[in-house]
Design a protein around this ligand. Structure first.
Ligand code: SF4
Length: 313
């Protein structure tokens, strides 16, 4: 059953330099229990899409389209209704826990916040639940560590605490924004293993926002590849790795260390000044004149495999 359905979503915000067109006509579904990876280079609009789902974008953002959660449009809900969903039904694990956590509150107080707010647990009961959660994300001596402040935790332990905070209300959907960025390789592997385990046990759906294709392939069932503001390819992890279709996806895969670390030439366009036609044409060795004027549609190339490129017209 479909849990979240994003329909023709646009999110643009105004700056002194012009309109930033961060999300342009995105359609995506997340099924119950599905783990979907949203991958792309930094600044391609992935985080804006995650924040749009929870209505956490600044007021100067113009959002159009629909984001249906269990059939109800999150974009037209009252502030009160969306507050009841945030943290309880849909939770977010933010990147960089040190800046996302409050330095003057203990970790226990912060992890307890969602259950106190949504499940109206008394402080003592909430703290008991926090200790259980910290234990489930393998934080040693949780009854002691709840009293510590974020700076007393290592980077990996802070990320575990953020995962505990995200899952404490047992949400239906978790949005994890670069949960392993900034961690060293060993800790990153431990966090990936931990997320696999807790997501499998809880059955929670996930939207994983990452620039790391290797992490997405470990944690996700399906992957949507984003290139400035739009989805250029969508498919199962197997489709994307075995038979990537879009020249950008192929370039992205070739830039992995395991494939020889060949970076894609050129840089991503500014979201203020997007090229006409196919947004990838200035970097694409296969571009034709048509690519420079016309925007390709997302077309079906396999059972659940879609690509936005004229090569498959
Ligand atoms: Fe390259 Fe054209 Fe395909 Fe865009 S539509 S990826 S420019 S071949």
């Amino acid at each position: 059953m479909t849990l979240l359905s994003i329909e023709n979503l646009n999110a643009h915000f105004h700056t002194e330099d012009g309109a930033v067109r961060a999300v342009n006509g995105i359609d995506l579904n997340i099924e119950e229990g599905e783990k979907l990876g949203l991958i792309g280079e930094t600044g391609c609009g992935k985080t804006v899409l995650g924040l749009a789902i929870l209505r956490l974008l600044s007021e100067n953002t113009k959002i159009e389209g629909k984001i249906l959660y269990k059939g109800k449009n999150l974009l037209t809900m009252s502030d009160n209704e969306i507050r009841k969903i945030r943290g309880k039904e849909i939770a977010m694990i933010f990147q960089n826990p040190l800046s996302s956590m409050n330095p003057v509150l203990t970790v226990g107080t912060q992890v307890a916040e969602p259950v106190e707010l949504h499940q109206h647990l008394k402080k003592q009961d909430a703290m008991r639940r926090v200790i259980e959660m910290l234990k489930s994300v393998k934080i040693p001596l949780p009854q002691e560590r709840v009293k510590e402040y974020p700076h007393e935790f290592s980077g990996g332990m802070r990320q575990r605490a953020m995962i505990a905070m995200g899952l404490i209300c047992m949400p239906s959907l978790i949005i994890a924004d670069e949960p392993t960025t900034g961690l060293d390789v060993t800790i990153q592997a431990q966090i990936v293993e931990l997320m696999k385990e807790v997501l499998r046990d809880s059955g929670t759906s996930m939207l994983l926002i990452t620039h790391d294709l290797a992490v997405a392939s470990e944690l996700c069932d399906n992957i949507a590849v984003m290139y400035p503001g739009e989805i250029v390819e969508y498919g199962s992890v197997r489709d994307l790795f075995k038979d990537p279709k879009h020249p950008y996806t192929r370039g992205f895969l070739n830039s992995l260390p395991s494939k020889g670390f060949k970076p894609i030439t050129g840089t991503s366009p500014s979201l203020i000044n997007l090229p006409k036609g196919c947004k990838f044409h200035p970097r694409c060795s296969l571009a034709t004149d048509k690519c420079k004027i016309k925007r390709p549609e997302l077309i079906k190339v396999g059972k659940k495999h879609y690509v936005r490129c004229f090569l498959y017209d």
